[in-house]
Write a new protein. Sequence first.
Length: 267
Amino acid sequence: MRLALRIAYDGTAFYGFQRQPNLRTVEGELIRALRKLGIIADPASSKFKGASRTDRGVSAFFNVVAFDPVKGKENLATPEVLNHHLRDVWVLGRAQVPDDFHPRFAAGSKTYRYYLVDEGLEAGTMIECAKLFEGTHDFSAFARLEPGRNPVRKVNSIELMQRRGYYVIEVTGESFLWEMVRRIVNAIRFCGLGLLKPFEVAEMLSGKYERKIPPAPPENLVLWRIEYGIQFEASEKALKKAKEDLFSRYSRALVRAVLLGDWLISL
C-alpha cells in the first residue's frame, strides 16, 4: 500500500523543504511526525518522496509527499491525526496511490503564485512582458542553473490578477528550474517599473544577455497547485482545524498588513 498526502505549509518557518542536518525543514517535520506515530520506520524503507523541493522561505498551499506506511499503521496516516502532531505544516488530504507513484514525476503541471506589492507598476507593460514567457524557451537568463540540467522549459500560462494594493502573478508550467519563477516575476516587475523593456526580455529569452535577472524574494511565493488527476480526501473536521490554526496564527498579521496597506494607499 502506498499513500500520498496533500500538504500546506508556512515556508518562513523552515530552512526549505528538503531535509538537512541540524536544520528545521518541511520534510524533516513530516518525517518526525510519521516516525513518532510509527507510520514509517525511516525515509528509505518507506520510499518517502516529495513533489517539489521548495526553497527556504517559499510556502505551499498544495505540495505532495508519498510513502509506504508500516503495515497496520495506515489508519493513523490521516489529516485528523497528523495535524495534531505537526507545526507549521497542515495535511489537507490523503489518497491511496499506485505502488510506483512518485509525486514529482507523476505531476502533470505545477502552478505557483507570487504576491507582488504594487509600487506604481504599469499593468499593461507587465502583461506584455508576462506573455513573452509563455511557450517553450531557453530560461538560462531566468534561472539558477544546476550542472547538467536542460534549461529549456515550457510555461503553459502566466496570469496577472490585480488586487487592492498588490498583484498576484500566477505561473503554470510542466516543470521549473531553480529560482525560475522568482526571476520571471522580477523581470515582470522591472518592466512594470520601466527598468526593463519587453523587447529586452525577448532578447534574453533568445540568448542575448550579459546579466541574469536576479530572483524576487522567496517569502511571497506559494506553490499553489499540482495537477495529478487524484482525489485527495479529508474530513470537514480536519479542514476546520487547519482553518482555525491558520486563523489563530495569522489573523493579527493580516489585519496589520491591511492597516498599513491603507496607509500607503492614502498617503
